[in-house]
Design a protein around this ligand. Structure first.
Ligand code: HEM
Length: 502
């Protein structure tokens, strides 16, 4: 190789490097020009270097920045793109509720070409389709429908207890895995009308597919993070959000179930019944066919499976570390079960301390550590000089807010009393956001809580939870996923209560 060739190659590489550097740093004066404080960005990565190199989770990084900045809002750069992070309670209320008409979509890419099912799931779909779909899906979550689905959920919780009976002699069981099996079974039966049998068969198709959805592999992490921050790359590579085999599985199972149900005209009080009803009453405002329909059942899984099982598992984790809180929770379960003579929808609804536990778990472990919205039109932030430009992504830093000592004294402490009737009034409305807020909040909140509370009540009524040698204290979090998860799962001892069972 001649020296002139090496020199030319070097010049070429330097020129390309320089152009890329300029391209990826061209916006780095954006917040400076608008007088908005911001952390110093790194070329190519912006403020996401630690996240993109999987050294930390988005939640922990956002919390760190939340603590660093004392201003009502601050800017960050996600790669080269400016994002606004809003801390102030009144401003959060404006974005989520008062001025929702300007913040109705999320930032995650919705692309039919890359992933038709994901693009049409309620969490992802953009306006105007979102408005129509949300109205269509809202009746699925009324108390009447929840109550009708209760027997299906109850059956799944019994499967879990049978499993525990067979395995609780072990010195340690993985609580996250048990909760994931339970929520897989619940969602499969409620949304797809199918018995997933995750407890009976470790390798059941549903269980294996669900595991694949949120595995911590590099390829899953790359796909999912890219949907939020590298939409152009997703479009270029035509990536689906979940692996293609996951989507094919759901599409196939869904249509088989619909066809069978339409043929047999059977009713199960599940989502499939409701979807068939929707298909039979066509609505001109939206094309409700093909993958748009599959997306609504799939959404139960994508948005409900991991969130519900994580919340339940983190609650079990805290209870195994706090015997007093656990005893109080068990006492309530026993009292209410004897009043209602067993596990009923009404019994679960009446468990107030159980509700406090879930509120505190979701404060300490918010499954989605931040909320995001896109600014639809130039918008002047109330009582400030800042005009947020159309298209700017806005984050609400949930994990930072949930650990802010102004709202929660000793934020690291697990203390359900914060949510007692006397105390909960002291928490500002937008300082507890595990289910988001405003018209685009979580549609499945009541369903998720019902499933989690029933599962936990079943376990507490028959098992004592104890820390085992492999229970991780303190927790280390998985960095290769968007949601909050322990790196090593949540193993603990499930000890059968012999004399005192309900
Ligand atoms: C403990 C369990 C759950 C937690 C912590 C949770 C949390 C959340 C959060 C934080 C959001 C974003 C809200 C916002 O941006 O303001 C959300 C949205 C959503 N969740 Fe949940 N969720 C849970 C269970 C469920 C379940 C069981 C389902 C379905 C059966 C579900 C379906 C959805 C859907 C469809 C959305 C998007 C709503 C929309 O854009 O209109 N979630 N959830």
């Amino acid at each position: 190789m001649s020296s002139s060739f090496i020199l030319e190659l070097l010049i070429l590489l330097l020129t390309v490097g320089f152009i890329l550097y300029k391209l990826f740093t061209r916006n780095f004066d954006y917040w400076e020009k608008r007088n908005v404080p911001y952390p110093k960005p790194t070329p190519f990565f912006g403020n996401y270097y630690n996240i993109m190199t999987f050294q930390t989770t988005i939640g922990h990084d956002i919390k760190k920045l939340y603590d660093e900045f004392t201003t009502p809002y601050f800017g960050i750069f996600v790669l080269n793109k400016p994002h606004l992070v809003v801390k102030d309670q009144e401003l959060i209320k404006s974005i989520l509720v008062k001025d929702f008409n300007n913040f109705y979509d999320r930032t995650v890419l919705s692309s039919e070409e890359c992933d038709a099912i994901f693009a049409n799931a309620l969490f992802v779909v953009r306006n105007p389709d979102w408005k129509v779909l949300r109205a269509k899906m809202t009746p699925v979550f009324t108390s009447g429908k929840m109550k009708a689905m209760f027997p299906l959920i109850n059956d799944a919780s019994l499967e879990m207890i049978t499993y525990l009976e067979q395995h609780s002699s072990k010195s340690s069981l993985e609580a996250k895995d048990i909760c994931a099996k339970y929520s897989t079974d619940v969602i499969a039966t409620c949304a797809f009308g199918i018995q997933a049998c995750s407890f009976k068969n470790e390798n059941s198709e549903f269980r294996v597919t669900c595991k694949r959805m949120f595995d911590f592999s590099f390829s899953s992490a790359f796909r999912q993070v890219s949907y939020f921050i590298l939409p152009d790359l997703v479009k270029l590579l035509r990536l689906s959000f979940f692996k293609p085999e996951v989507m094919d599985f759901f599409r196939d199972v869904f249509w088989k179930t619909i066809k069978l149900r339409e043929k047999t005209k059977g009713k199960r009080n599940d989502l499939i019944d409701i979807i068939i009803q929707m298909k039979e009453q066509p609505d001109n405002s939206i094309d409700f066919s093909g993958d748009k329909v599959v997306a609504q059942a799939f959404m139960f899984f994508a948005a409900g499976f991991e969130t519900t099982s994580s919340t339940m598992a983190f609650t079990l984790y805290e209870l195994c570390l706090s015997p007093e809180i656990q005893s109080r929770a068990r006492a309530e379960v026993k009292e209410i079960l004897s009043k209602y003579k067993g596990f009923t929808y009404e019994a679960i609804k009446e468990m107030k301390y159980m509700h406090m536990l879930f509120c505190e778990t979701l404060r300490k472990y918010p499954v989605l550590p931040f909320l995001d919205r896109i600014c639809a039109n130039d918008y002047k932030l109330p009582d400030t000089d800042l005009v947020v430009e159309k298209g700017t992504p806005v984050y609400i830093p949930v994990s930072g807010i949930h650990y802010d000592p102004e709202f929660y004294t000793e934020p690291e402490k697990y203390d359900p009393e914060r949510f007692s009737e006397e105390n909960r009034g002291r928490i500002p409305n937008f300082a507890h956001l595990p289910f988001g807020g405003g018209p685009r909040n979580c549609i499945g909140e009541r369903f998720g809580l019902l499933v989690g509370k029933l599962g936990l009540a079943r376990i507490l009524s028959e098992y004592e939870l104890e820390r085992s040698l492999d229970t991780p204290v303190p927790l280390e979090y998985e960095t290769k996923c968007l949601i909050l998860a322990s790196k090593v799962g949540l193993p603990m001892k499930f000890k059968k209560i012999l004399s005192d069972a309900v």
